[in-house]
Design a protein around this ligand. Structure first.
Ligand code: GLY
Length: 334
């Protein structure tokens, strides 16, 4: 049977002497190629491998991902290994081990992952496991489901060799006890949502992505972040590109943010323009947008990247051409 991917590859390789035309979005494309290429331009990646991730801790995550990418490995392996570094770091209190707990003192984790074949896995409200990204991958690869939550996810992880650990560090417990003195819950401002989202394009031209978080500090018990919701905190379409988000998850879920970014790229926008369109959608639809932060990063099939945030201050880490650098994102509220 001819798969869609095989069909595209066969179509592309059968084309010779293609002439150049301009796509309505202004991108130079080639006549005589597949209908996909006619619509979206060349799928030939010029900047690969490449990895992009959110915030300054993305530098360390990229370093790890690069080991896989630079040796010709798969983007899926790179993104999983990359974010595991941050999940395991007790000093980062917004992801994995050491994450700030919910209002009842429980650390509950959310994560998602997508590969180049459109497969998806997600885990939410997971306790006692250091690496939710790997549980999300387990769900994607070893079960017929996309998302498993709570005790069911924990049981699945334990049955597959994951170790039960106490995720609440002394420092996070102290911060929670301090918070309990007022129990004043504001899911904006200082209770940050510095999720790590990571997207990679490997040497074979394939894209994968992941997103992992401990969620909003002192959230309601059982609250789930955008990071675990496919289409909100993460979306990958290997024909077009990928996007992931950080910031106030409720806001991202309401606009199916990462899916929106990928669809904007499908319609001809650059990664930066697509991220900007999603942030502007939030601003149009959510009256209180000035009170919180959301940022998207995106990558397309050509290895171009971009980002956009509501507020000043968001940074992303980009590793390409052998250089791993932190960049300031563009933003809406000047
Ligand atoms: N984006 C992470 C969260 O909302 O908790």
């Amino acid at each position: 049977m001819t798969t869609r991917r095989k069909f595209i590859v066969e179509t592309l390789t059968s084309v010779t002497a293609a002439a150049s035309v301009i796509h309505p979005a202004g991108r130079r494309i080639s006549k005589g190629l597949s209908s996909f290429e006619k619509t979206f331009g060349s799928t030939k990646s010029t900047n690969k491998p490449i990895v992009i991730s959110t915030w300054d801790f993305g530098i360390r995550a990229n370093e790890e991902a690069w080991k896989t990418l630079s040796s010709g490995g798969r983007a899926l392996d790179a993104v999983e290994k990359g974010v595991r570094i941050i999940e395991a770091d007790p000093k980062i209190n917004t992801v994995g081990y050491g994450g700030l707990p919910d209002r009842d003192g429980y650390v509950t984790l959310d994560a998602s992952i997508m590969d180049e074949n459109g497969n998806a896995g997600a885990v939410a409200f997971l306790q006692h496991i250091m690496h939710p990204v790997s549980v999300a991958r387990l769900i994607m690869e070893k079960t017929p489901h996309v998302m498993i939550v709570g005790d069911g996810a924990l049981e699945l992880a334990l049955a597959n060799g994951f170790k039960k650990v106490n995720l609440l560090t002394k420092e996070s417990k102290k911060a929670w006890q301090e918070w309990l003195k007022t129990s004043h819950y504001i899911p904006v401002g200082k209770y940050n949502h510095d999720t790590i989202g990571m997207l990679a394009l490997d040497n074979s031209g394939n894209i994968s992505g992941t997103c992992t978080t401990s969620g909003i500090a002192f959230k309601y018990h059982g609250r789930v972040a955008d990071s675990a919701i496919i289409g909100a905190g993460l979306f990958v379409d290997n024909e077009v590109g990928a996007a992931t988000s950080t910031g106030l998850g409720e806001s991202v879920i309401k606009i199916a943010g990462s899916h929106l970014v990928v669809e904007e790229m499908r319609n001809g926008k650059s990664p930066k323009e697509a991220c900007e369109a999603a942030i502007k959608r939030i601003a149009e639809k959510q009256k209180d947008y000035k009170t919180f932060q959301v940022a998207f990063i995106a990558i397309n099939k050509q290895g171009e990247v971009g980002s956009y945030a509501i507020q000043k201050g968001f940074q992303y880490a980009l590793y390409k051409n052998g250089e791993n650098k932190l960049h300031d994102s563009e933003y809406l509220i000047k």
